[in-house]
Design a protein around this ligand. Structure first.
Ligand SMILES: C[S@@+](CC[C@H](N)C(=O)[O-])C[C@H]1O[C@@H](n2cnc3c(N)ncnc32)[C@H](O)[C@@H]1O
Length: 253
């Protein structure tokens, strides 16, 4: 299918919830789970669980990484519908400048109708602001970008390509920097349930929780605070049963 959307590096794939995602020829991986669906995955693995345990009038979100922008855009739709009085600030790094430039040509789901201004503004100037939302994209390396923030974020969407494809965004040292960006009460959401990834989060002082439901593969929520809404993973027990498994380290890559 030719859409004019960054065709040299990406092809469009229709995912099972009816929304399109992209396949990256560079990373040899889809941007979303084609089975769980691009829009559905954003909502059920990131936006809904994060907002279910974050009760503030103003919320700062770190969206790792912007990609096609589903997590940021799904947040805008979800917040407009459910929390019209909350102020939301989203900060999102993305390495691929040409991807961001091409996004106005992407075939987004109808749920994103009305967000054309935001998509265009972010694509052209990497920033969008209105009374309710402030969104900033950083075109560059997420590892460098996150070092400037301390105690800033209420929510982190950890949505890099998979640990085997993009390990530099899943190491213990990376999560140490992520933890520094998070407020004490903050939550991190990720699709990964790999033990070595959960271990890297746990070794940085975060407790792990299971995010499961009937229409998606199980995912993870991590937080230093107690979360009653999710089942806690018994990490001490799992560690004692998997003593040969180590968290991913920068030095291994
Ligand atoms: C799985 S996609 C993100 C999907 C996105 N959250 C969405 O909803 O569409 C991963 C993205 O990470 C970007 N990326 C890879 N390495 C990066 C790095 N070191 N810093 C910033 N972005 C990076 C890729 O270009 C890709 O767009």
């Amino acid at each position: 299918m030719s859409s004019g959307f960054n065709d040299e590096l990406h092809s469009l794939t229709l995912s099972e919830d009816g929304s399109y995602t992209a396949f990256s020829k560079e990373y040899d991986e889809h941007y979303h789970s084609t089975k769980d669906g691009a829009l559905n995955e954003s909502l059920v693995k990131h936006v809904v669980p994060a907002f279910s345990v974050t009760d503030k009038d103003e919320i700062n979100i770190l969206d790792i990484c912007y990609g096609l922008g589903f997590n940021t855009l799904a947040t805008v739709v979800y917040v407009k519908e459910n929390f019209p009085n909350k102020k939301i600030n989203i900060y999102s790094p993305e390495l691929d400048a040409s991807l961001i430039e091409s996004l106005p040509k992407f075939t987004y789901p109808k749920e994103f109708d009305g967000l054309e201004d935001i998509i265009k503004c972010l694509s052209e100037s990497n920033v969008y602001t209105d009374e309710q939302f402030h969104i900033e994209l950083f075109v560059g390396d997420a590892r460098e970008y996150i070092k400037q923030f301390n105690d800033k974020f209420d929510i982190v969407y950890q949505d890099a390509f998979s640990p085997s494809t993009n390990p530099i965004l899943w190491t213990k040292e990376y999560f140490a920097d992520i933890k520094s960006t998070m407020k004490e009460e903050a939550v991190l959401t990720t699709y990964s349930i790999a033990f070595k990834i959960r271990l890297a989060l746990y070794e940085n002082g975060l407790e792990l929780y299971t995010n499961s439901g009937k229409d998606y593969r199980t995912a993870t929520v991590a937080s230093a605070k107690e979360l009653d809404k999710f089942d806690r993973v018994d990490m001490p027990h799992k560690i004692s049963c998997n003593q040969d498994i180590m968290s991913l380290r920068d030095g291994d890559i």
